[in-house]
Design a protein around this ligand. Sequence first.
Ligand code: UD1
Ligand code: UDP
Length: 440
Amino acid sequence: MKIATILGTRPEIIKMAPIIDEISKRDINQVVLHTGQHYDDEMSDTFFKDLEIPTPDYNIHVGSGTHGKQTGLMMEGIEEILLDEKPDIVLVQGDTNAVLAGALVASKLHIAVGHVESGLRSFDMTMPEEINRRVADVCSVMYFIPTEESAINLLAEGFSHKNLFITGNTVVDACFRHLELAEKRGFENESLKSLDIENMYNILTLTMHRAENVDVKERVIDIIDALKELDDMNIIFPIHPRTKNTLESFGLFDELNNLEHVHVIKPLGYLDFLLLTSKSTLILTDSGGLQEEAITLNVPALTLRYNTERPETVTAGGNILVGTNKEAILENARRILSDKEFEDRMKNAPNPYGQGNAAKLTVDAIERYYDEGLLDIKAPEDIMTSFTRKMAEIKEDITVNEFEEKENALIHMVFDGEEMIFPNDELNLNGMMISYDKRE
Ligand code: UD1
Ligand code: UDP
């Protein structure tokens, strides 16, 4: 079997590293393809070193550009490589333009697509990421899903539960694997060393790069106004290149950089950043990955967004959405600092993203699909009969698997009272309401 992995940005490298590592331990060929969307050393190369994975076999060097241009160049480059390499499955991760390009190209070449971190939904179609993740899901054959909540999003859109694998998020694998190493090694970044972070208290780690925040001057001003008043905290801000550019173009960079309690530094490597996060009192961020890492590392998070495709972190109690609202940022940050019970509740929120074995579960599932011939994409040979969508209340002991075999049906949704639950094969349906497609 041959697996091709496509990645292009910092979070994709971090979250695919455990899978690349897992594949390399097995008797599987793999090719790794970098789109080159992130190209600065501190946004790309450094992560291959920190996460101890080989440099990619290919780099398409698409660089920066508009969505259309960037995605188009990626598609052209990815197509050429996939035609040559002929993998059995292409893995894409998350919601960047690489995911959109990779999933579209592979599916049109009739190569199975596996979407890692599938099923997330912000329900905000102004976000490029929401468009990317939805399109990738339409093109995929295997879905590696972090939580049951995300699996239910896919069920509600009509995807078959048969191809959904709830694995947890590989970010937990990466965190657990590297935190001990980071702790043993200590800070290596010169800026962090000179700030003497080891002996610093009340650390607020800030990251922001979302287009809908940093490209909008009013939002940036609101955030900076809040930061100015948080002068009892040590704010460490490893700045994303996009954010540095927009802050400079708005003429706001120097104002922020000159604040004594705000330390604007270059983006950090993974180990330094992980250690910094673990030592932080509070995370203020609009990053997707960081919302997950904060709850994994028991650090309270305030998210600079009005919606999140990671609602589990909020319902678990570890994350609060504050938008870019100055008062909401200040009120919650001050409460975390001053109200021990509130802080502890946030810190002790249960991690919804699994045990740190997502990579193993993912590669196990791929091997099984390969062995059973389920990665071969073929046009249907049977003359299609019709499907009827039906609902029923089940009043007998029967599992999902048994019901589907008996009725020649595919169950879509299962409701236990008002709660929608995931229809795994062994689930006893007695007392539940189901909707299903029946093949006539
Ligand atoms: C991209 C992803 C976003 C993800 C983020 C992770 C899309 C649509 N967006 O956003 O989902 O959360 O990566 O960080 O795929 N730049 C550099 N050096 C680099 C890379 C970028 O200077 O190595 C600058 C360029 O000015 C570029 C800007 O950052 O125009 C934005 O980069 P881009 O890759 O388009 O989007 P991100 O904001 O990084
Ligand atoms: N990260 C890092 N160095 C930094 C900032 C972030 O290593 O200076 C890591 C962080 O640990 C997380 C990932 O980058 O795993 C998140 O990437 P980003 O916020 O760029 O993208 P998103 O997750 O929002 O797509």
